[in-house]
Structures are given as structure tokens and as C-alpha cells.
Design a protein around this ligand. Structure first.
Ligand code: FES
Length: 153
């Protein structure tokens, strides 16, 4: 989708529009990332410098500049989730997936990431897989969710 920026837009409006475009383009990529070509294309479409687009893309943790798995598994690392057992969830998911944090399974099934609050503090510990949030998790429940997801593919 082509979005042009009018000259009278504020810096904040440009940044917001750019972020939306970056997220849309990333979501359209089955590998959940923005390639060099994506960065250059977006810069040209929005009449921005490549370095401007790149710096915004690299600033936001939601955006990746390297290929990721088909599913993004995100664990909340904020204090309420930490205190409610986040590390046990992470250990279980690392064991199930055979990867560490910020790594992708060899088959491209999933990438495991730690993030800040998912906005689900009332049901700590929480994790988000793609667009869905799961809460009040035990390690066993988190592993079962992943296994069900894999079986459902
Ligand atoms: S602290 Fe974990 S979801 Fe908010």
C-alpha cells in the first residue's frame, strides 16, 4: 500500500505513518521481518531517506531486520510476570523449541522473544503468540499451547 506524506505533516505524524507502514509491510512478510529491499522501497514510496527508515525500523523492538519464524512467541519480562514465574515459562519453551531467546527454530516454526509488558499484567505470567495473548500460564500449559499450534499447522 502506497502512503505519501504531505509536506505539512509534523515530525510525529511522519513517524507514526512510517511506523504503521513498517508494521504493515512486516506483517505481510511470511518471515516476519523487513528486508533491505523493503527498507529501500518504503523510503522511496514515502520520500524519506533510507537511513531515516532504517533508524526507525531498528528502534522499535516490534520490528525485525532479520528473518524470523512463522510464529512469534513473546514472553513478558516485566516485574509482575517475572514474579509470577516467567523464567519457568521461558525455560520450558526453550526446551520445547530447542532454541534460546531471540533465536528461530531450524524449521522456521517459531522465534522466541522477550518483550516488555504485553498489557496483560492482570493475568501474569503472560505470553503472546502472533496476535493472541495467553495468561495465568504454567510451563506445562505454555508447552501445550505450542504443541497444539504446531499440530494445527
Ligand atoms: S507485566 Fe507482564 S503483561 Fe504486563
Amino acid at each position: 500500500m502506497l502512503k505519501t506524506l504531505s509536506p505539512e505533516k509534523s515530525v510525529e505524524q511522519v513517524e507514526h505513518s512510517l511506523l504503521q507502514v513498517l508494521l504493515e509491510r512486516q506483517n505481510a512478510n511470511p518471515l516476519n521481518y523487513l528486508s533491505e529491499i523493503d527498507i529501500e522501497t518504503i523510503a522511496a514510496e514515502m520520500d524519506l531517506s533510507r537511513s531515516r527508515v532504517y533508524s526507525t525500523a531498528s528502534f522499535y523492538s516490534e520490528i525485525s531486520l532479520t528473518p524470523r519464524g512463522r510464529h512469534l512467541v513473546r514472553l513478558c519480562g516485566n516485574a509482575p510476570c517475572e514474579n509470577a514465574g516467567k523464567q519457568a515459562l521461558e525455560d520450558a519453551l526453550r526446551g520445547e523449541l530447542g532454541i534460546g531467546v531471540d533465536e528461530t527454530t531450524e524449521d522456521g516454526f517459531a522465534t522466541l522473544e522477550n518483550v516488555h509488558c504485553l498489557g496483560a499484567c492482570y493475568m501474569s505470567p503472560a505470553m503472546k503468540i502472533d496476535d493472541r495473548i495467553y495468561g495465568n500460564l504454567t510451563p506445562e500449559a505454555a508447552v501445550k499451547i505450542l504443541r497444539d499450534l504446531r499440530e494445527g499447522e
